[in-house]
Design a binder for this molecule. Structure first.
Ligand code: PEP
Ligand code: MG
Length: 363
């Protein structure tokens, strides 16, 4: 037992000496972040902030905010949400001291936060003092035929800039507190589901305003980066223009695969087994990058954006970031890091080293 685990540690230290790709983890709780660190992660490549609002009182505050009748009411809930977000971020910065933490702005369709059964609506009505009818009406009005192609990602920031402002203030306030504790937080704010450069310009203004407000109030300066997810085909095909506005790009290959194939990532179980059995696809494209399609879009994006802005950083944070075959592709493409679930970090470290060694042998 002990010796096989020693052998594994030896293998990992060999891998770390040889790889070029950095390995980060997708995590949003301090527990997962600590696990990721233990397994060798060199930062958080994706913190899905929506996961931080699904529990207990947080979700009620979120629901209150969505259901608010006016600006003041909404602000009341946003203030509560900011407190939660700030505490959660501080906890993450403490664990990840000195390492980058990529925080993605809220991504899911808002209706995912709302209750859908009559019982849940009645219970919520009691807790936040809104009539059931109002809750039902809002829930219905946010229903979408194709939510994954609907009102999510940065589209939320466009319609509700105050949510983005809340998140950014919370992230930077947490970074200020971490700094006061003698830590070195490295927040990287990431915009989800971007389609074009105008979205980034508009949202960056909201982000910068939030950041400046906090830094001026606290009289400190926090180093931060703003970047974009690359998860729509439109974004990859306009990457040169996006590059001018951001410091990093992270490929969200879950959505990029879904949109490239037109296969709903939530419904593949219904048809993909047949596709695999009949060899209509070589492999599950949600597991291993389809280098001829999704990979080509990534290649176009990297080539064209790098020509525009040579110093830009690239990562991948879709599930493929932990898949050895996909990691080879990411190495070849010259990405800076892969980010995957904490438990896949050791395999990713080894795969990253193998990817480099393989290419050295080829040349
Ligand atoms: C992705 O789409 O690849 C991604 C990382 O974002 P999410 O899985 O949260 O949609
Ligand atoms: Mg996505």
């Amino acid at each position: 037992e002990a010796s096989s685990s020693d052998d594994f540690q030896t293998l990992l230290s060999w891998a770390d000496k040889h790889r070029r790709l950095k390995v980060r983890a997708n995590a949003e709780t301090p527990e997962d972040a600590a696990k990721a660190l233990e397994l060798g992660a060199e930062g958080i490549g994706l913190c899905r902030t929506e996961h931080m609002f699904f529990e207990a009182d947080r979700i009620d505050q979120m629901r209150g905010m969505i259901l608010a009748a006016n600006r003041e009411e909404r602000q009341h809930y946003l203030d509560q949400l900011l407190t939660y977000q700030e505490e959660d971020m501080l906890a993450l910065f403490r664990v990840m001291n000195g390492l980058p933490v990529t925080v993605r702005l809220l991504d899911p369709p808002l209706h995912e936060f709302l209750p859908h059964t009559e019982d849940d609506m009645a219970a919520l009505s009691q807790r936040i003092g809104k009539p059931v009818a109002a809750i039902r009406e809002m829930t219905e009005s946010l229903q979408e035929v194709n939510p994954m192609l609907g009102f999510r990602g940065c589209r939320l920031s466009i319609v509700y800039p105050e949510i983005t402002e809340m998140q950014v203030k919370a992230i930077i306030s947490a970074a200020v507190r971490a700094t006061e504790e003698g830590l070195r937080p490295h927040p990287e704010i990431m915009i989800p589901l971007v389609v074009n450069v105008r979205e980034i310009r508009l949202i960056s203004k909201i982000i910068d305003r939030g950041i400046q407000a906090v830094m001026q109030e606290k009289h400190v300066s926090i180093p931060y980066k703003i970047g974009t997810m690359m998860e729509t085909p439109r974004a990859t095909l306009g990457a040169d223009r996006l590059a001018a506005e951001v410091e990093f790009m992270s490929f969200g290959t879950n959505d990029l695969t879904q949109m490239t194939y037109g296969f709903s990532r939530d419904d593949v179980g219904k048809f993909l087994p047949q596709y695999l059995e009949k060899k209509l696809v070589e492999q599950d494209p949600f597991v291993s990058l389809d280098t001829r399609a999704v990979g080509r879009l990534m290649e176009i994006a990297v080539t064209e954006s790098r020509a525009r802005k040579p110093g830009i950083k690239y990562g991948i944070c879709g599930e493929h970031g932990g898949d050895p075959l996909s990691i080879q592709f990411c190495h070849d493409l010259g990405l800076d890091y892969v980010s995957c679930s904490p438990f896949r970090v050791p395999v990713a470290r080894i795969a990253a080293a193998q990817a480099k060694v393989r290419r050295e042998q080829d040349s």
